[in-house]
Design a protein around this ligand. Structure first.
Ligand SMILES: [Cu+2]
Length: 277
């Protein structure tokens, strides 16, 4: 009968701790630090009286603790958690002459049906300043709102004839902050009916994994490891560059030499300040 005794000894100390914890948690009356079972009525089984009681208390406490542990984990974990971003694409985009290409949008579209993180509710800003749109290119996820603050002292007339979002904000006064919801994927071209040279693009993407190249033509995108369709969009690219890649953990370099169409942006009138085209 030695083995049961050893077990009971370990159960006894565990039960004491757990029983005390329950008492503390329930705010039990009086000081029971000497043992929760002391005040319990005597039991007929004299062989293991305290142990049986304490075993029962420990078992109840364990059930109690296990229930709350499971409940906590269940509450904290949504059914489909996106995997951690452990891969990184480092794209360098150049043109046919080897010049850095800014404003290219690189987007990664999962091919293996991996769950995506929830969309952000933060709106993006496309300002009108010095009779220009800023920024020239904005990439957003489907479901994103954009506001168009007018920082000029003149009115503008924002419009888009693009299929992904057709809208118009006529006589758009300084200080206005009306929002537009981009709810369809695609490229939206913004113009101004008053200032012909004003031009901007909103690239609406069905994925959260995208970035725009900076002045050095570089973009970095952190994604979970997996298989992706990788697209590059640029206003002067005849069609998006599309390739597929399987990304493991670590940095994946991606180099592009894009054949771009000539820049056909309308030049501003000579009196216009800021960067004229
Ligand atoms: Cu305008």
């Amino acid at each position: 009968m030695k083995e049961p005794e050893i077990i009971h000894d370990s159960v006894r100390s565990a039960s004491l701790r757990l029983a005390k914890r329950i008492d503390d948690a329930r705010g039990a009356i009086g000081d029971r630090s000497s043992g929760a079972s002391e005040s319990l009525p005597p039991v007929k089984d004299r062989r293991y009286p305290r142990t049986s009681l304490r075993s029962a208390a420990a078992f109840a406490a364990l059930l109690f603790a296990a229930f709350f542990a499971v409940a906590r984990v269940a509450a904290a974990a949504p059914t489909a958690l996106p995997p951690p971003a452990d891969a990184e694409v480092r794209a360098v985009v150049k043109d046919a002459k080897g010049e850095a290409v800014p404003d290219a949008v690189i987007s990664l579209h999962p091919l293996d049906g991996a769950p995506l993180p929830p969309p952000s509710t933060e709106p993006v800003e496309i300002v009108q300043k010095d009779q220009e749109y800023m920024p020239y290119v904005t990439a957003v996820r489907v479901g994103t709102q954009a506001v168009f603050p007018n920082h000029d002292t003149v009115q503008h007339h924002i419009y888009s004839l693009s299929k992904a979002k057709r809208f118009e904000k006529p006589l758009y006064a300084p200080g206005s902050r009306e929002a537009v919801l981009f709810d369809q994927p695609g490229v939206v071209t913004l113009g101004c009916n008053i200032h012909d040279w004003m031009l901007a693009y909103v690239v609406v993407l069905p994925t959260p994994y995208f970035a725009k190249t900076d002045a050095s033509g570089t973009a970095r995108i952190a994604v979970p490891a997996g298989s992706y369709r990788i697209e590059v969009w640029h206003p002067r690219l005849a069609a998006p560059d599309v390739r597929e890649a399987k990304l493991g953990p670590g940095v994946a370099p991606l180099d592009y030499a894009l054949k771009l169409k000539p820049d056909r942006r309308i030049r501003r009138s000579p009196e216009g300040k800021a960067s004229g085209y």
